[in-house]
Structure formats: structure tokens, C-alpha cells
Design a protein around this ligand. Structure first.
Ligand code: AQP
Length: 367
């Protein structure tokens, strides 16, 4: 999967080695893998939108795994603020929300000494590569994206950005030569598009990008809304009672879990089709206790008992995150410094890939 070099594949004769490759003495074409305490090894990339308060779907489906991966991989995590602009944001609130997202990612275990954490708009290469990739993506491919269909349904006006953002997402990933992309289930289709675009680009212009693979957690890859267990828990869904926030205090967590919608069957079994509400509770418990949801089902004789166990497990899981977030809130400078350092490293890596892609497509260097 790793590109053999800029001269491979059709069109490779014109591509040749790019100036950026020459600028990395002894490093791979995607940059050196070790910086400070960050791990060498395969690179992972993932992103999260600062589009609202983080919830347990984000945490169990993505962030918790990111924290675990930072010691095994060269991990790059991005707060994708440009993606969040695809729907209208209040500017003042949006700025705060971006900083809060960074703080809460750090509170949930992302350590800027062990991973690269940065804000997407601080690295202009994302937008530049996105344009190059838009010219390699077809309209029909984007029209098939189910997230676009879901998010545009019922709206009078939809931004062009909402339609094209999967290409920006492809640019986010491909810029860093990521081999693995940890994501929740909802992002699978976008990752498939990223793979297709990378392969097409490589075929047309010569080997330029690593074709990444999705990594989804075994449980909690799609945590459902507690009030509407057939819809995924989401930052932007107007479902305060169905969405457990990562920073919810214990009483709020307990209240939301106790009021979770179940069914009239009355038996605790793991059957997402027939009993989606109960399955959601079992999955949350399984994810927080590292157990199997099917095996857990046999341990409970009623829904009340199951809900108490879920609430307790979540309260304990999230307690240190809430405490760390409070600590970090006392020194916003620490978060800003981490983001500045992260953007510097990300820019270094991203600019090399962008130069390769520009060169492969035949864009004239500024000289
Ligand atoms: N319900 C979920 N269950 C499991 N994983 C989830 N993720 C999101 N929702 C769930 C994963 O969290 C990461 C970051 O997601 P995102 O913020 O980039 O966007 P999203 O997937 O669109 O998440 P939201 O919360 O639903 O945001 P809005 O409402 O703004 O669109 C991703 O890895 C995602 O899979």
C-alpha cells in the first residue's frame, strides 16, 4: 500500500522525484516518523468536528481508542473546524467551541507530547489539496454519500461545502500518509471514498498517496441516541435527553440513562433489530467494561438493573475526563501552546505531500 515512489505508475515518467522528497534527508516521503516523544511506526490520522459538545458516541466510538493508539502509532489528530463550517455556526461561539474541543480531547487522554494534535484551518495545505482532489472526484460519487443525504434532508438551503466535504476529509487523511484511520461506523463510506480517490490519483498521476484503511472499534462503533435508538447519537441532533455528554455530571448521566427508551419485551437480550434500546445500553456497558454485549445480557434480570449498571459504569469512566477538563480550563495557554506546536509539525508533513501532489499534477512551482 505504501507508494513505491513518485515515478511509479502511469504518468510517473513526468512525475519524477518532487522537490519535497529531496528535502527529507533519510526520511520517508511522508516525513520522518519520530518527533519528540511521539512514537515511530505506522501513522494513524483521525479528526473530529468542533460542532458541539462531545458525547459518549464520540468518546467510546473514537476518542478513547485514539488515546490508546498514541503509544503504538505515530498518531495525528485533527480538530476539523472547516468541516463544521458546512453548517452555519455562531462565530464567537465557534471559536470557543474549537478551543473547548481541544481541551476535552486532551482531558480524554490525548497527550500532545505523545501525539500531534492540531486545528485543521491552521494548516492551509488541507484546503489546497482538497481542490486538487475535487478535480479527481466525480459528482456522482459525492451524490451517493449518505451523510449528505441525511444532513441535507428537510433543509431549504444546503451549502456546497456540505456536498464536497468528504473530499476535504480525503485531503485531511492523505496529506499525512496515514495507513490507519480510526473512525466510528458512520464514517466508513467517507473512508471508502478516500481510498477510491487516492487509488484514482495514483493511477492517473503516479504513486503519490498511501491508500488508508478504516479501523472501527469492536463495540460502540455506532452508539445510538438513548431516546431514539434507531438514530446515532450526534452532537447536532436536538436530543438533549438522548445524548450523554462526555462532561455531563454524574446526576445528569444517571437521569439520561434511567430515562433511556427500551421496549415492552421485558427481557434483557442483545438483539439490535428487535430491541435497539436495550442493545444500545448493553453496548455502552460492554465498551466501558471491556466485555461482550451478548455475554453481558445474561447478567441482568430487568431493564432497571441494567440501566443502573450502565449509569454507574459511565459515571466512573468519565469522572477523570471531567476532572482533567476542569484543570485544563484553568490554563487555556497550555491548550493553545499544544495546538500551535501540533500545527507546526502537521504543516511540515502536509507541505511535503502537497508539493508531491502539485508536482504530480503538473502545477508549475512558484520558483
Ligand atoms: N454515535 C456515534 N457512535 C460512535 N462513534 C461516533 N462518532 C460520532 N458519532 C458517533 C465518531 O466520532 C468521531 C468524530 O465525529 P465527528 O465529530 O467528526 O462527526 P460526526 O461523525 O458527524 O459526529 P456527530 O457527533 O454526529 O457530529 P455532528 O452532529 O456535528 O455531525 C468520528 O470518528 C465518528 O465516527
Amino acid at each position: 500500500m505504501r507508494p513505491a515512489g513518485a515515478s511509479g505508475g502511469p504518468g510517473g515518467a513526468q512525475a519524477g522525484p518532487s522537490p519535497s522528497e529531496a528535502a527529507v534527508p533519510g526520511g520517508s516521503q511522508y516525513g520522518t516518523t519520530r518527533t519528540g516523544n511521539r512514537q515511530a511506526g505506522p501513522r494513524v490520522f483521525s479528526g473530529i468536528q468542533p460542532s458541539g459538545d462531545l458525547h459518549i458516541g464520540n468518546y467510546l466510538g473514537a476518542i478513547r481508542g485514539w488515546a490508546e493508539e498514541q503509544d503504538r502509532f505515530d498518531a495525528i489528530y485533527c480538530i476539523v473546524d472547516l468541516h463544521a463550517l458546512t453548517v452555519e455556526q455562531d462565530p464567537a461561539r465557534f471559536r470557543e467551541q474549537t478551543l473547548e474541543t481541544a481541551r476535552n480531547l486532551m482531558a480524554a487522554g490525548l497527550d500532545p507530547e505523545r501525539c500531534t494534535l492540531f486545528v485543521q484551518s491552521h494548516v492551509v495545505e488541507h484546503v489546497a489539496l482538497s481542490w486538487l482532489l475535487q478535480c479527481t472526484t466525480s459528482f456522482g460519487e459525492l451524490r451517493r454519500m449518505t451523510q449528505f443525504k441525511d444532513k441535507s434532508a428537510g433543509r431549504d438551503s444546503v451549502s456546497v461545502g456540505l456536498f464536497t466535504y468528504p473530499v476535504l476529509q480525503a485531503a485531511d487523511i492523505l496529506l499525512y500518509g496515514a495507513e490507519k484511520v480510526p473512525i466510528g461506523d458512520d464514517q466508513r463510506q467517507h473512508l471508502e471514498l478516500t481510498r477510491d480517490v487516492a487509488m484514482r490519483f495514483n493511477h492517473r498521476y503516479g504513486e503519490t498517496f498511501i491508500v488508508p484503511e478504516a479501523v472501527t472499534p469492536k463495540v460502540a462503533a455506532r452508539v445510538m441516541d438513548l431516546q431514539n435508538p434507531t438514530a446515532k447519537m450526534s452532537k447536532s441532533a436536538q436530543s438533549p435527553l438522548g445524548t450523554v455528554l462526555m462532561l455531563d455530571p454524574p446526576d445528569a448521566i444517571t437521569r439520561k440513562v434511567r430515562r433511556a427508551v427500551t421496549d415492552s419485551i421485558g427481557q434483557v437480550a442483545y438483539d439490535p433489530e428487535r430491541q435497539p434500546g436495550v442493545a444500545t445500553l448493553l453496548e455502552i456497558l460492554a465498551a466501558t467494561t471491556n466485555a461482550d454485549p451478548k455475554a453481558l445480557a445474561g447478567e441482568f434480570s430487568g431493564y432497571g438493573e441494567l440501566k443502573n449498571a450502565v449509569a454507574e459504569a459511565l459515571v466512573e469512566e468519565l469522572r477523570p475526563v471531567r476532572e482533567r477538563s476542569r484543570e485544563l480550563g484553568r490554563d487555556p495557554g497550555e491548550v493553545l501552546r499544544a495546538l500551535r506546536d501540533g500545527a507546526a509539525r502537521a504543516t511540515e508533513l502536509a507541505s511535503m505531500t502537497l508539493a508531491r501532489a502539485r508536482h504530480a499534477m503538473g502545477l508549475l512551482d512558484a520558483g
